[in-house]
Each structure stands twice: as structure tokens, then as C-alpha cells.
Write a protein that binds this ligand. Structure first.
Ligand SMILES: NC(=O)c1ccc[n+]([C@@H]2O[C@H](COP(=O)([O-])OP(=O)(O)OC[C@H]3O[C@@H](n4cnc5c(N)ncnc54)[C@H](O)[C@@H]3O)[C@@H](O)[C@H]2O)c1
Length: 381
């Protein structure tokens, strides 16, 4: 049996992925400091779904497969992280353990500093500890499509690298795709990418960086199978992802809030596909000596306004265009390659495939838990 350590395995993507990999026969160790739960308390924006304590989650998950938990802050408790790595000896590590909300990272001084320190120190502590221990498990890191910026100036967005011709020498070359982050959060993912490239070059790490689109949905077949396995569902202005937020708004008769013209085109993926793609990446490690491998973990590209219109057609919900609180292009085109994961067998679930009604049912079930005061985003930049 192979060992996989899942950093951030208590989170929205990490929990269903941990369950999926345990069900596939991996021996799973979740390492998490439960900071997502504490931030939810601090900003008074609880998950719509009533998630169980980590203790109850783990005891229910042990009926699915081998799964255990260590409470460790990987950005601060580097000694405990090193001890855990040394004793567990992972074959693979999935690294989700970062502050993942762009709006949260732009709320103010405390959140900007916290996001940068947490995300960058966590990644560096992991890589540096592995150098010290002389361990080289395959690392699968969760990055974001936001590192590329959202435009088509170089044509279809390739997977991490851009083929160019150097003007001065007329030579062809492949360079890292120019980073264009739109928030402190996205910037930490660009910095992570450079950090990981350095460790690959200097210490022959095998790393896959998954540039993931916006995740929608909440359930997988396994999270639905037991109340103690329920996944979190964020609908608030800081952590709710756009499609989940709009479905939630439609259910409670709140207008669908669209920033600016709604002409933002973004990449999307369903949470069950997140779990499947990560398992695919773990089963097909990057080669030693290969440069940092990058896959775009994306199912499809959709414009926010079109998604809102689809929900309006299905539910009659009003659409409310608001002044955009963020610095971003009012309208953009986007085309994205997802060939890497597709070549490993990824067959994406699409928004049109009917799973939106599953989310509507979840929202209807827990509607009484919705706190209307958390719906508007407080971040401005
Ligand atoms: N949700 C999305 O739409 C989305 C899109 C693209 C990329 N991603 C990336 O996927 C990863 C997971 O996202 P998510 O939506 O599950 O976020 P999440 O906040 O729900 O989960 C992150 C988990 O990491 C833990 N964590 C954070 N910092 C930690 C630390 N220092 N030590 C230990 N544990 C720590 C949190 O407690 C939480 O359980 C993130 O890296 C995020 O950037 C998410």
C-alpha cells in the first residue's frame, strides 16, 4: 500500500480528495491546522453544510479506507512537519495547505501578510524538510489558473510554459509563462511556482503543479454517503466560489450579484473532478530530472454573465450588476489547454451535465443556515 500525505486535507478540495484516495487504496495521512475552520469563525461565515469535527470525520472515513490525521501548521511548526514526514515516509504528497481566497488576501494589512507568510513559508518548509531528510516523494501542488492572468494575448493558455522566439538571437526557446497575478493570493502561487522550480533544479525533486480553475459543487459520491463525511460549502463574499454563490443566492431569493459587466471569463472544474485529477497526477508521477511539470486542472471555460443567465433561466432569479470592487478587466477572452490531464484519462464533468440541480438540493436542505449578512464581499482593491 502506498502512502500519501495530504496537506490541507480538511478543506473544501482536500477532504473529498482524501476520501477518494483512501477509497482507491492509498494509506492517507491528513496534515492540517484547521485554520479554514478558525477563519470561518473569525469572519462569522460558516459553511452552509454542517461539517463534522475532524475527529468525527476521521472516524467515519476509517470505514472507507486507511486515513489518519495530524494537527500541524506547516508554515510554523516545521519541526513537527519534519518528524511527521520522517515517520510516515510518503510516496506522494498533495499540497493544498494554503490560504486560498483572493478577496480574503486583499482585505487589509493582516490578511495580506498572513496569506503571504502562510503560503510561502508552508511550501518552503515542506521542500526544505524533504532536502534535510533526503526524501523525494512526488509532490502534487495546487496552484491556480489565476497565475496566468485572464487574457488571450499569447493565444491559448499552455500548461505552464510558453514557446517563444528570442528577438535578439532568432533562437526558439521555452520559458515559464509570464506570471500576471491579480491578488496577493494569486501572487503567492506565482512565488510557489518559482520556489518549486528552484528545488527541482537544485535537488532533483519530482513536482507537479496543478493550475486549477474555480471549483464548483460540494458533493462526491463518498461525501454523500455519511453525514459525518459532508463536505464544506462556502457561499460568503470572501470564500464562496462564483457558481456556488449564485446558486445559493437564487435559492434564497437574493439577486445574483455580478461584478461589473459579468464579462469575466474563467476556468471551472467540479469538486469530484478535482479529486479524480489529483489521484491521476499521483498515480502518474512527474519524472526525476524533468522540469517542474505543470497541468491545467480545468474542465471548461465560461463567462460569469452566461452562467448567471443560465441560473436566471432555470430559477427566475433577478440579476444585479454591481460596481466591480476588484481591479480586473471588465471583459476577457480565455482559451485553456488541459491536454496533460486528459492524456492521463481525465474526462471532465461539465456544468451542463446536470450537477447544478444537486447543488440546488443541498442549498435547499440547509437554507435555514444561510446568513444574509455574509453574502456581500467586503474586500476592495
Ligand atoms: N477552491 C477553489 O476554487 C480553488 C481553485 C484553484 C486552486 N485552489 C487551491 O486548492 C487548494 C485547496 O483549496 P480549498 O478550496 O480546498 O481551500 P480550503 O481553505 O477549504 O482548504 C485549505 C486547507 O488547508 C489548511 N491549511 C491552510 N494553511 C495551513 C497551514 N499553514 N498548515 C496546515 N494546514 C493549513 C486549511 O485549514 C484548510 O483545511 C488551495 O491551495 C487553493 O489555492 C482552490
Amino acid at each position: 500500500m502506498k502512502n500519501v500525505m495530504i496537506l490541507g486535507g480538511d478543506g473544501f478540495c482536500g477532504w473529498p480528495t482524501s476520501l477518494h484516495m483512501a477509497a482507491m487504496g492509498w494509506n492517507v495521512l491528513i496534515v492540517d491546522n484547521l485554520s479554514r475552520r478558525s477563519i470561518a469563525n473569525r469572519i462569522s461565515a460558516a459553511s452552509l453544510t454542517p461539517i463534522s469535527s475532524i475527529e468525527k470525520r476521521i472516524s467515519a472515513a476509517q470505514k472507507i479506507g486507511n486515513i489518519n490525521f495530524v494537527n500541524c501548521d506547516i508554515a510554523i511548526q516545521d519541526g513537527l512537519l519534519k518528524e511527521t514526514l520522517a515517520s510516515f515516509k510518503p510516496d506522494a504528497i498533495v499540497h493544498f495547505a494554503e490560504q486560498r481566497s483572493a478577496p480574503y488576501s486583499m482585505l487589509g494589512d493582516i490578511e495580506r501578510k498572513y496569506t503571504l507568510n502562510n503560503n510561502i513559508c508552508g511550501t518552503n518548509n515542506l521542500l526544505s524538510s524533504l532536502v534535510e531528510l533526503n526524501l523525494r516523494p512526488h509532490i502534487v501542488h495546487l496552484g491556480t489558473m489565476g497565475v496566468y492572468g485572464y487574457n488571450d494575448v499569447y493565444g491559448e493558455i499552455p500548461e505552464g510554459y510558453l514557446d517563444i522566439t528570442i528577438k535578439q538571437t532568432n533562437e526558439d526557446a521555452t520559458i515559464s509563462y509570464p506570471a500576471d497575478p491579480g491578488s496577493i493570493y494569486h501572487m503567492t502561487k506565482c512565488l510557489d511556482h518559482t520556489l518549486m522550480q528552484f528545488y527541482v533544479k537544485n535537488w532533483q525533486f519530482q513536482i507537479t503543479d496543478l493550475h486549477q480553475g474555480i471549483v464548483w459543487g460540494t458533493d462526491t459520491e463518498i461525501t454523500k454517503s455519511d453525514d459525518n463525511l459532508i463536505n464544506r460549502f462556502d457561499y460568503d463574499g470572501e470564500y464562496g466560489t462564483v457558481l456556488n454563490r449564485m446558486l445559493c443566492q437564487a435559492q434564497i431569493g437574493h439577486p445574483l450579484t455580478i461584478y461589473g459587466t459579468g464579462g469575466q471569463t474563467r476556468a471551472f472544474i467540479h469538486v469530484s473532478d478535482t479529486a479524480k485529477c489529483i489521484a491521476l497526477a499521483c498515480e502518474h508521477p512527474a519524472n526525476t530530472g524533468e522540469k517542474l511539470r505543470v497541468f491545467n486542472q480545468v474542465s471548461e471555460v465560461r463567462m460569469v454573465r452566461d452562467l448567471a443567465n443560465t441560473i436566471h433561466d432555470q430559477t427566475g432569479a433577478e440579476i444585479k450588476y454591481q460596481e466591480n470592487p476588484r481591479k480586473e478587466a471588465a471583459e476577457n477572452k480565455l482559451k485553456v489547454s488541459n491536454q496533460g490531464l486528459r492524456s492521463l484519462g481525465f474526462e471532465p464533468v461539465l456544468i451542463a451535465d446536470g450537477l447544478m440541480s444537486e447543488i440546488k438540493a443541498t442549498v435547499a436542505k440547509y437554507q435555514d443556515r444561510i446568513d444574509m449578512t455574509t453574502i456581500q464581499s467586503k474586500a476592495r482593491w
